[in-house]
Design a protein. Structure first.
Ligand SMILES: O=C(O)c1cc(=O)[nH]c(=O)n1[C@@H]1O[C@H](COP(=O)(O)O)[C@@H](O)[C@H]1O
Length: 232
């Protein structure tokens, strides 16, 4: 579906029917859906196909990280499946990212957006040091995001805290996809540094990954519309 919905709902279910029951309660005109490693590993491409057939844009969040040839083939498989967005780890390197982007060229306007993961929000400075990286997470995110842009990618996943600096340095067309979003008053769960949907958009986010505040709502469509209304 071609629309400007900014909310990407994270479908984190270990049961396919529960996910499909939820999906029937929200409109593909008002959101897109993110399918990650858990659901893909349990339910596979057939599950993704069902969501697409229901009219949803799907972000296939498998964070590919492998040699360039393998990643190019993996993103090709994602394009064949018909997903709207797919991602790779920027730390796979510029050659890997370039090859992945080139593999999608033949799909023209139907190619999925190709997004890079920079530094996972679960990594702190000490953990980066253990990996031999002597930068702060923030510096390393900026470094990898620039590398992703220079390699031709369409954007990055980052925290909303990093969005404003990345928007300034990498320009308005480079898409920023941000998790860790909580509507005012919502339960934070295990997210530590959160922003409201409106704050994240104002900071420069293009797409907001939101899971539990919508999936666990009594009325998911109403919650989604409330969020969308704050973004106008
Ligand atoms: O890659 C992600 O989507 C992701 C990256 C990250 O750094 N932090 C993060 O929370 N996520 C995902 O974003 C979603 C957030 O879900 P909620 O915390 O329920 O809104 C989950 O699917 C997380 O796995």
């Amino acid at each position: 579906m071609n629309h400007d919905a900014k909310v990407l709902i994270a479908l984190d279910y270990a049961n396919e029917q529960s996910a499909l029951d939820f999906v029937k309660r929200v409109s593909p005109a008002d959101c897109r859906l993110k399918v990650g490693k858990e659901m893909f590993t349990y339910f596979g491409p057939q599950f993704v196909k069902k969501l697409i057939d229901l009219g949803f844009d799907v972000f296939l969040d498998l964070k590919f990280h492998d040699i360039p040839n393998t990643v190019a083939k993996a993103v090709t498989a994602a394009a064949e499946l018909g997903v709207w967005m797919v991602n790779v780890h920027a730390s796979g390197g510029p050659e890997m990212m370039r090859k992945a982007k080139e593999a999608l060229e033949k799909y023209g306007d139907d190619a999925p957006l190709l997004i890079a993961v920079t530094i996972l929000t679960s990594m702190d400075e000490a953990e980066l040091k253990r990996l031999g990286v002597d930068k702060t997470p923030n510096e390393q995110v900026q470094f990898l995001a620039k590398l992703a842009k220079d390699s031709g990618l369409d954007g990055v996943v980052c925290s909303a805290q990093e969005a404003s600096i990345l928007k300034q340095t990498l320009g308005k067309d480079f898409k920023l996809v941000t998790p860790g979003i909580r509507p005012a008053g919502a339960d934070k769960g295990d997210q530590k540094r959160v922003m409201t949907p409106r704050e994240a958009i104002d900071a420069g986010s293009d797409y907001l990954v939101i899971g539990r505040p919508i999936t666990q709502s009594q009325n998911p469509q109403a919650t989604l519309i409330e969020i969308n209304n704050t973004l106008r």
